[in-house]
Write a protein that binds this ligand. Structure first.
Ligand code: AMP
Length: 407
């Protein structure tokens, strides 16, 4: 039991905040033990009717009503902490760790936030218009709410700063690319880094000895190739639109589709953005973006849902093949995030028939439901296939604590 759960204030706690444009997810985490003391989600910030759900000590508390902005959301979170009998005391916080989607070419490792850093995060808004302004606002409000508590920004792009030039460079006019910072940045880095580390721990291997493919299949989805703990390829690019099929995002399409639609359908930039980011992917193909709904429809014989499932799995499989070549063969392939952790049918479809490449899934192991890291390949498989739950909040809490304590 930690000091906090006995009611004694602990200064080792990290509040992790993940701001979206109209949402704020948070967790109060003890970074060493990984204990989550409270977690919650505030949604529909700025809309007529907002909602917050707070879980602590096995109990859920809810708020509904207007939530004007991210500052108001923090106030409601503080109220919910107080109602749950465990007020959020700034004196008990080691730091607040913020997930920031885009670090651009500026940020790699986590940084302590000051006015200059905040300005730079805002300047990167052009590269991540939905995400970075929200993160900056969240940081600003958290600085006001918790004066004197260090605020740390942890970037989703950081793990992919090591991509070799051949992997991160787009073959477009080099001057245009340089002028506008156009390159592949990659996202979900916190998850890919955490999961590849957990794989090494679970297998009792040194991470520097492992070539890994990590498949983060959640509402957003991305694949990475990690050689000896260093990221060498990933499927997302300048923005989180490239690569795999996602809930509402198309992933890879021929860029020619955009010019064609602009010409024949008169779509402007916003129309194209909305089409590919919000109306495509599983939603565009099957009419629903939640993978469980796709599977329910598919099981009921719906052809569009079947096609969505097939396109989704085919795309992941294609990336697995590509990354096997990039790495010159892999030791481990790992599934993570909502779909990767919970959909055995996807894992089976993605890796079916790859015995010639040394990849063989064990049907019984694949069917097991568990929150623990586990191997789902056969003993004969030369490539180990695993399911490893991701935990981005814990990874952010640990990175935050490390930065603050070493400073
Ligand atoms: P995440 O972004 O990691 O929270 O993942 C969200 C996605 O995981 C959604 O598309 C969910 O439908 C999917 N998901 C969660 N649980 C399951 C499940 N039991 N079977 C299939 N998909 C699931």
């Amino acid at each position: 039991m930690t000091a906090a759960s006995t009611g004694t204030p602990s200064t080792a706690l990290v509040l992790v905040i993940n701001c979206g444009s109209s949402s704020m997810k948070y967790q109060l985490v003890e970074p060493v033990s990984a204990e989550v003391l409270a977690a919650g989600l505030v949604e529909r910030i700025g809309e007529e009717q907002g909602r917050a759900v707070h879980s602590a000590g096995g109990q859920d508390r809810e708020f509904t009503g207007p939530i004007a902005d991210h500052g108001a959301a923090l106030g409601i979170i503080a109220d919910l902490f107080a109602e749950s009998g465990r007020p959020l005391d700034p004196a008990g916080l080691l730091a607040v760790g913020h997930r920031v989607v885009h670090g651009g070419a500026v940020f790699g490792d986590p940084v302590l936030v000051d006015d200059h850093v905040l300005g730079q995060i805002r300047e990167l808004a052009a590269l991540a218009p939905l995400h970075n302004p929200a993160a900056a606002t969240g940081i600003e409000r958290a600085r006001e709410a918790f004066p004197g508590v260090p605020q740390v920004a942890v970037f989703d792009t950081a793990f992919f700063r090591t991509l070799p030039a051949a992997a991160h460079t787009y073959a477009i006019d080099a001057q245009v690319a340089a002028e506008h910072q156009i390159r592949r940045y990659g996202f979900h880095g916190t998850s890919h880094q955490y999961v590849s580390g957990q794989v090494a721990l679970a297998l009792g291997r040194d991470i520097t000895d492992l070539d890994q493919i990590v498949l983060h299949l959640g509402n957003g989805a991305s694949a990475s190739a990690v050689a000896g703990g260093i990221a060498v390829e990933t499927s997302m690019g300048l923005t989180p639109l490239e690569g795999l099929v996602m809930g509402t995002r198309s992933g890879d399409v021929d860029p020619g589709v955009l010019f064609y639609l602009a010409r024949v359908a008169g779509l402007d930039t916003d129309g194209l953005d909305t089409l590919l980011n919000r109306r495509s992917g599983l939603l565009g193909l099957a009419g629903v973006n939640d993978f469980r709904d796709v599977q329910t429809r598919m099981d009921a014989g719906n052809d569009a849902a079947r096609l969505a499932f097939d396109v989704y799995c085919h795309r992941v499989r294609k990336y697995v093949g590509a990354y096997l070549a990039v790495l010159g063969g892999a030791d481990v392939i790992t599934f993570t995030a909502g779909v990767g952790e919970n959909a055995p049918a996807v894992r089976a479809a993605v890796l079916a028939g790859l015995e010639r490449l040394g990849i063989e899934i064990d049907a019984e192991r694949n069917a097991v439901r568990s929150k623990e890291p586990r191997v789902i390949s056969t003993d004969a498989s030369t490539v180990t296939v695993m399911v490893v739950p991701t935990n981005e909040e814990l990874a952010i809490a640990r990175a935050t604590a490390q930065l603050v304590q070493q400073g």
